[in-house]
Design a protein around this ligand. Structure first.
Ligand code: DGL
Length: 264
């Protein structure tokens, strides 16, 4: 059981920012990553279709005999984590609860902002999770949909990124913590930091999720004790730019471990 892979999935390539952190935190774990590049983005879709797609991804990974599932997508975690947990015989974590705890632990002035896709922001899930820990925290939530295409185009450090960040975020002047509630946004972190102010703490879902995964594997006695870890990256479509963009998100070349899969 312990040397079975961990299934990690996302609507596309954004979840690779979470994989990167999992590989740093748990270097002995085998990972199967599944990104639904044929149907991304999910963030502008409705609840029903996001749930339907997410269940297909879950069932596909369960057939790969994974020991644990990580929903490395804020949008899917926001809309249907509980449904996924209901159908999965193996433990499942999402990215929102671990991030909410990190946000609460980070803020000193109790004023924070969360940015994400429209579906994540419309769900109000971050407010709910944060307020379940500390109801006094003031939460500003804002959808920043253009950040997804800017990061996928490799323009995360460009003037376009700066202007877009100014458009979305320049009035956030009372907060002390900003959470990047979408797995694509870490690629714009520096630009966002310059726009909101260097004194504001910026966090994202990757590190708290990897930490939570480690804790859950330890608690369930599932940590892999072998040392020959490998990662496989499965996508439902392989557009030409995928190799370049996945390198940007993961920080390394995965050309030899990428495969196209059919979900049905
Ligand atoms: N990966 C998704 C998230 O973290 C964003 C991309 C999408 O809209 O599908 O919310």
């Amino acid at each position: 059981m312990k040397n079975k892979p961990i299934g990690v999935f996302d609507s596309g390539i954004g979840g690779l920012t979470v994989v990167k952190e999992i590989q740093n935190t748990l270097p002995n774990e085998n990972i199967i990553y599944l990104g639904d590049t044929a149907r991304v983005p999910y963030g502008s879709r409705g609840t029903e279709i996001i749930t339907e797609f997410a269940i297909e991804l879950t069932q596909f990974l369960l057939k790969k005999d994974v020991k644990f599932l990580v929903v490395a997508c804020n949008t899917i975690s926001a809309i249907c984590l509980e449904k996924i947990q209901e159908i999965s015989p193996v433990p499942v974590i999402g990215v929102i609860k671990p991030a909410a705890k990190q946000i609460v632990d980070t803020t000193k002035n109790q004023r924070i902002a969360v940015i994400g896709t429209r579906a994540t922001i419309d769900s109000s899930i971050y407010e709910k999770e944060i307020h379940s820990i500390n109801p006094k925290i003031e939460v500003i939530s804002r959808a920043c949909p253009l950040f997804v295409s800017i990061s996928e185009e490799g323009l995360g450090s460009s003037d376009i990124a700066r202007l877009t960040a100014e458009y979305y975020l320049k009035d956030l002047n009372t907060i002390d913590t900003l959470h990047l509630g979408c797995t694509h946004y870490p690629l714009l972190k520096e630009v966002i930091h310059n726009v909101v102010g260097r004194d504001i703490k910026i966090i994202d879902s990757a590190a708290p999720t990897a930490k939570e995964l480690k804790k859950c594997l330890e608690e369930n006695n599932l940590l892999n004790e072998g040392s020959q870890a490998s990662s496989t990256y499965l996508f439902t479509d392989l557009p030409n730019r995928l190799i370049t963009t996945s390198n940007l998100f993961l920080g390394k070349d995965i050309i030899n471990s990428i495969h196209k899969v059919n979900l049905s």
